[in-house]
Design a binder for this molecule. Structure first.
Ligand SMILES: O=C(O)CCC(=O)C(=O)O
Ligand SMILES: [Fe+2]
Length: 255
């Protein structure tokens, strides 16, 4: 029996756009929880409707760009996405964030975080044309309206720096959980000489950074156990440095 893994798989592009549009127009929280309550792991046919990412086939077309992807894991869905950014776009993001990162490094207010030893910064939402264009592309790939996108985060790791295993969603006790994160795309802005892999210890997946490629995963399942399996971290960089851009999507719009 052919199994499809997309909520939109039987819909035409027009229907799909209409459907995604309702995420913005309607009470999104209700809408998303409706999707989430469609099934559970024990009911695979229904659970298959849970995916946010349109994972039918092996490419996504954004404008005239073809973006190949490979499913690494199904429940929870983890996808390797290639050619998300050109090398020039990667360099541009590093350049744009570089100055501000330098400032944050010397700031006296900098709090040393044991979980994440890298340096980071956030771009403002649609801060400039470059960021605006990339946010729209990420939103197409992640299949969620750009209004649900947080400002893009840039992280820079030098040898020895890492991001210990964590979840990207907020705990129910946190204030932010009322509009929680539902999916993540970590885009690699450079090739790392050694180390710096993104690892998912619960599902035994390791992704090696490749300039312009990305790892996507989602955790809006109705089943908390599945969400928790998206535990992930950035392994210590051994040689060279590592730059990533992280895009998080929220259940409800943030802009
Ligand atoms: O650097 C990585 O590989 C992971 C980054 C990450 O987990 C995050 O930005 O939330
Ligand atoms: Fe993360």
């Amino acid at each position: 029996m052919k199994r499809t893994f997309s909520h939109y798989s039987t819909k035409t592009e027009e229907q799909r756009c209409k459907y995604v549009g309702t995420l913005v127009k309607e009470n999104e929280d209700k809408h998303m929880s409706e999707i989430a309550s469609n099934g559970s792991r024990t009911e695979p046919e229904k659970a298959s409707e849970q995916h946010l990412f349109d994972s039918v086939g092996s490419v996504i077309t954004v404008g005239d760009t073809t973006i190949p992807f490979t499913k690494l894991h199904m429940w929870p869905l983890v996808v390797l996405v290639e050619n998300v950014l050109s090398h020039e776009e990667c360099n541009q993001l590093i350049r744009l964030s570089g100055e501000r990162l330098k400032r944050s490094k010397i700031s006296s207010e900098r709090v040393v975080n044991q979980m994440r030893t890298s340096s980071g910064m956030f771009f403002e939402e649609s801060e400039n044309d470059v960021i605006g264009t990339l946010e729209k592309r990420f939103s197409k790939i992640m299949n969620i309206p750009v209004e649900h996108a947080e400002g893009l985060q840039i992280l820079n790791y030098t040898p020895g720096q890492e991001y210990k295993a964590h979840h990207d969603f907020f705990l129910p006790t946190s204030k932010a959980a009322s509009n929680n994160r539902i999916s993540t795309m970590v885009v690699y802005l450079n090739d790392v000489e050694e180390g710096g892999e993104t690892y998912f210890p619960e599902i035994d997946i390791t992704v090696t950074p490749k300039k312009g490629s990305a790892v996507y995963f989602e955790y809006f399942y109705n089943d908390e156990e599945l969400n928790k399996k998206t535990l992930h971290g950035g392994a210590p960089v051994v040689r060279g440095e590592k730059w990533v851009a992280t895009q998080w999507m929220r259940r409800k719009r943030v802009r």
